[in-house]
Design a protein around this ligand. Structure first.
Ligand code: HPA
Length: 273
């Protein structure tokens, strides 16, 4: 058994002392998108800091806690704040919570984030269903000894974002009259925003949006057999596409502005899956 897997089992047994809830769906909330957590009928809240061996979010826009409970009768676990690579954690630590939620029973996961728009048909505040991703600029979270209890050494990544789940989300968006875009998400390490030259390069590579999270989590989720649905809130046009300099305050404000409609979309999607 790898050390990482032993640590995850330690985290799992601590959580099991607090709750026996077996979530069916895990939801990871991105920057400024935390309001969805209010919709959960809460069974318990577990701050990451209370779990030994668990990485803690240092980003002030991320609360850093698990919210466990129900959306109507549907058992869910929400990561109200995620762990980022730019915080100095290893990729293995970054994806550990994803694996832990899978070990708790979640077979599906909805990953959300704030992202910069590269596709010129996007605008700040619009939402994008993630159809595929590019992780060539970050280390794979699967590097290191394979955790064979979770998945195979060389997992296929042809269909990371589950087409059926994405279709359900698309239908829910239509019913809510949301202009849901779709596209390819490219993950960088952060924490700096990109240069205009990088954004031009990423566009040539086929990216529609850029951000500092999510894709590594999606890879870890697929590795352990979860079905993944991904959604970005485009909070700004990426560097060089708009003239205005980028700052996290604006990212937070735009994400918060879209969080009502965003939360409703996630809520309806969970109930329709
Ligand atoms: N780049 C990277 N990450 C982001 C951006 C961006 O423009 N906007 C929100 N998260």
């Amino acid at each position: 058994m790898t050390t990482a897997y032993k640590k995850m089992n330690n985290c799992l047994s601590q959580i099991r002392k607090i709750t026996n809830l077996n979530p069916e769906i895990a939801i990871v909330l991105g920057s400024g998108l935390g309001s969805f957590a209010k919709k959960v009928k809460k069974e318990c809240i577990i701050p990451y800091a209370d779990i030994e061996d668990f990485p803690v979010s240092t980003n002030k826009m991320h609360k850093g806690r698990f919210v466990l409970g129900y959306i109507e009768d549907f058992p869910v676990i929400v990561m109200d704040g995620r762990i980022h690579y730019y915080e100095g954690y290893t990729m293995e630590q970054v994806v550990m919570p994803i694996r832990l939620m899978s070990m708790m029973g979640a077979q599906k996961i909805v990953l959300t984030n704030a992202a910069g728009g590269i596709n010129d048909t996007f605008y700040p505040g619009c939402l994008m269903a993630i159809t595929d991703h590019i992780t060539s600029f970050i280390p794979s979270p699967l590097i290191g000894e394979n955790i064979k209890e979770l998945g195979i050494r060389f997992p296929d990544m042809t269909n990371i974002y589950d087409q059926k789940l994405t279709e359900v989300m698309r239908k829910c968006a239509k019913n809510l009259d949301i202009d849901l875009k779709s596209g390819v998400y490219l993950q960088t390490t952060g924490p700096n925003y990109e240069t205009p030259a990088e954004i031009r390069a990423y566009k040539t590579l086929g990216a529609d949006a850029v951000g500092m999270s999510t894709a590594c989590e999606a890879m870890a989720a697929v590795h352990c057999g979860m079905k993944v649905c991904g959604i970005s809130c485009i909070t700004n046009m990426a560097a060089g596409i708009s003239d205005s300099p980028l700052d996290d305050k604006e990212v937070g404000e735009i994400a918060s502005g879209s969080s009502g409609i965003f939360s409703q979309l996630i809520y309806n999607t969970i109930l329709s899956i």
